[in-house]
Ligand binder design. Sequence first.
Ligand code: OSB
Ligand code: MG
Length: 378
Amino acid sequence: MGIKIERITLHRVEMSLVEKLVTSFGGEALRPCTVVQIDAEGLTGWGECPADATPGYSYETVNTTWVVNRDHFAPELVGQRLESVADVRARLGKFRGHPMARAGLEAAVWDLFAQAAGKSLAAYLHEGRCYPTPPRANVNVGVSIGIQPGIEATFAIIDKRLAEGYRRIKLKIRPGWDVELASAVRARYPDVALMLDANSAYTLDDAPQLAKLDPLNLLMLEQPLWHDDIWQHSKLQPQLKSPICLDESIRHARDAEFAFEVGACKIINVKPARVSGMWEAREVHDVCLAHGAPAWVGGMLETGIGRAANLAVAALPGFTLPGDISATNRYWEHDITEHFTLNADGTIDVPNKPGLGAAIDRDRLEAVTTARETILPE
Ligand code: OSB
Ligand code: MG
């Protein structure tokens, strides 16, 4: 039984975003990533490490995910027979850090095991768990809008997204681009589900400024303070009406426990890549469920490979808020998988074919791959 890992291939994929996403730490149109392909017993599994070119959102970069997988993580798996996805975590347990590098490798193994079981990733993630409901067939999604040159430009892009059918708008903010912007947007769109993401641009001294957002009925305020902080957020949350949502600060389920226990946030953005993969994403999800705290699945501007996996995760019962999982055309003109589209009700369908359930476009993958390396058993 189990699955023998025969060959692991890393692909460096370089595609340009249709529209760059400017955050408080910057943002470029060129969006490289490392795609992981695992061949095993006639099956092929796919995963994505969505670290960026620069260490802005996290310390990982596209190059670190490549080197760490090539030199350390992939050699632990190649040639081995895995009994389950849990074996990936066991075998990599002796290493520290590099969650996005792990997530891509683990995702390819999830894809293999789900295919072998003849189940969709969403169904496979549910297996053996005591969840009250089956996986969702489609999930509510929103769209993340970067920092624009001005308020009029922001209105224009919001109008476009609402016309496309998105029902939840997230705006990136930073000091100097916050209260005035959000107040103007709220005045023009009184009923839209609106949230803000600061990507760690503030300090606790900014609490009075952030409290000016209180009357705007925000769905949440995402990651206002330091990327590695939970404690200071617990001092900020009582000073605000807006629920704080943590993104960068939550690395794993233990962080989520800590954050809820000290009252640092009311909501968690669960990005499988940030928390080292779908296994830990499900663990964080379970912590949110146990605390009765709403959660949602965030995004890292993934290709269709990461997007399909994020949709499967978003089908878990505790992900009750709209995810940052937009349609393919918000990111790419021509993706390396079949494309995802937005339904009229502001949802996206969860893939229901076995495994990842999004067919790889091999010609397109070939066209956007700038480097490739295969790791074989010694
Ligand atoms: O902070 O949520 C974030 C993208 C890259 C890095 C960080 C973030 C984001 C997004 C976009 O907000 C989410 C998406 O649509 O993929
Ligand atoms: Mg965020």
